[in-house]
Ligand binder design. Structure first.
Ligand code: AMP
Ligand code: MG
Length: 403
């Protein structure tokens, strides 16, 4: 059996970063920048008010309260037309340009307006004196033109995309989103909700893997079901490889007579069939067709998910330029015994991790069989239990946070 690290290294070495490309900002969520982003303009681009209120000359309100003549009302998005002179003020709304002449804003809550009447002008009574710059957001207050905004290798989150929009960017240079095809293999599989004939089961892996891909910021492509037939699997994988950046299959990589995925990959890909020293997910057939990696994951539902987490996800994220393709690991405390037998393998036990005063505590999420998807679904972490007889309650255990 191959140690996990060696198997993963083999995979990652063949999952190099793809060539960067321009991507619409609208489509860039979760992608990784491939170049520095430098601000082309100041944010904000003009001095504006942080409050609804009155733009004043601070020297006019040095002795408060005082009465000022209202000369204009300035809404956000509209340029002021009047210069604020001595004894004057302009009503101003949050985000509007500070008018010429004014150097401070008094919030509306500290003012009282006397409406225009019988030929007299509208006036405002200002109750407080304010220093120059009061509630004024100067141009470039957030970001200055020329400033380095984001380093290459930044994973674009919602906030990052907002900044790019603020800067007027419509496109961004990133490692492109991969299109990844998913194929389920097995004569026993049905996916149409029809009554099961003897020996049939429902295909769960495809939906699970497509969903894991989506969560990994990849574009999932459903390539359907293939029966346990050499030609059908060959056709499914090779046509998939022609249109996708990577392929994920489930089933057909173990020791059975009809495990054809590994046979097909052996023929059409540069493939290595590995027995990894882990449980679940021991067998893995990983190959490349040209520069398209194919992850031949085992068929048992939990195995396919664990194998995806340990190999496919890091590999695909490396291809998309992620600086940290791996899931984070923390040291948790076992809240109950996590028992196992010695078998030369590292066990990835499905657990539920919860925060408890300052630390993380884990408990089994349920049945640990590789066919027991229910417990996998209820887990949010995989406890990494080294070879031996397990971890006792109260002992530390490494935990891979998968949710
Ligand atoms: P295999 O790796 O093809 O030997 O399959 C191992 C086990 O996983 C068998 O019990 C299969 O019936 C089951 N299995 C394979 N593919 C799927 C799938 N797509 N959905 C659910 N179970 C599957
Ligand atoms: Mg099978």
């Amino acid at each position: 059996m191959l140690p996990l690290d060696a198997a993963r290294e083999f995979v990652l070495e063949r999952c190099g970063r793809r060539r960067p490309a321009l991507c619409r900002v609208a489509d860039a969520l979760g992608l990784v920048t491939a170049a520095e982003i430098v601000a082309a303009e100041d944010i904000p681009s003009f001095p504006n008010t942080a409050m609804d209120g009155f733009a004043v000359r601070s020297e006019d309100v040095a002795i408060a309260p005082c009465e000022l003549r209202v000369v204009e009302t300035i809404a956000a998005g509209h340029a002021p037309e009047v210069t604020v002179g001595a004894g004057e003020a302009s009503r101003i709304m949050t985000g509007a340009i500070i008018p010429p002449g004014a150097d401070a804003v008094v919030m509306v809550e500290r003012t009282i307006v006397t409406p225009a009447e019988n030929g007299s002008d509208e006036t405002v009574r200002v109750e407080i004196s304010v220093p120059p710059g009061n509630h004024v957001r100067p141009a470039g207050d957030d970001i200055r033109a020329g400033e380095l905004v984001f380093q290459a290798g930044t994973v674009l989150t919602a906030g990052h995309l907002g900044v790019l929009c603020s800067l007027g960017m419509t496109d961004v240079e990133v490692y492109p989103r991969l299109r990844v095809g998913v194929i389920s293999t097995g004569d026993e599989l049905v996916d149409d909700g029809s009554p099961l004939r003897p020996g049939q089961i429902r295909d769960s892996n495809r939906r699970t893997l497509l969903s894991l891909l989506k969560r990994a910021d990849v574009e999932p492509v459903d390539l359907g079901l293939a029966p346990d037939d050499l030609d059908a699997i060959t056709e499914a994988i090779s046509s998939g490889a022609a249109t996708c950046d990577a392929i994920v299959t489930s089933g057909g990589v173990s020791m059975g007579d009809f495990d054809y995925v590994k046979a097909v990959l052996d023929r059409i890909a540069d493939m290595r069939w590995m027995q990894v020293a882990i449980k679940p997910a021991k067998p893995l057939a990983f190959g490349t067709i040209g520069d398209v990696p194919v992850f031949g994951l085992p068929g048992n539902p939990v195995s396919s998910m664990v194998s995806f987490e340990l190999f496919a996800r890091p590999g695909l994220r490396s291809m998309m330029g992620h600086p940290h393709p791996m899931r984070p690991t923390v040291v948790a405390t076992a809240a109950e015994d996590l028992l196992r037998r010695t078998d030369g393998k590292t066990h990835f036990m499905r657990v539920h991790a919860a925060h408890v005063d300052g630390g993380v505590e884990v408990r089994s999420a349920g049945g640990q069989g590789s066919h027991m998807l229910w417990a996998m679904a209820k887990s949010n972490a995989l406890a990494v239990v080294p070879d031996g007889d397990g971890v006792r309650a109260g002992e530390p255990v490494d935990v891979l946070l998968i949710d």
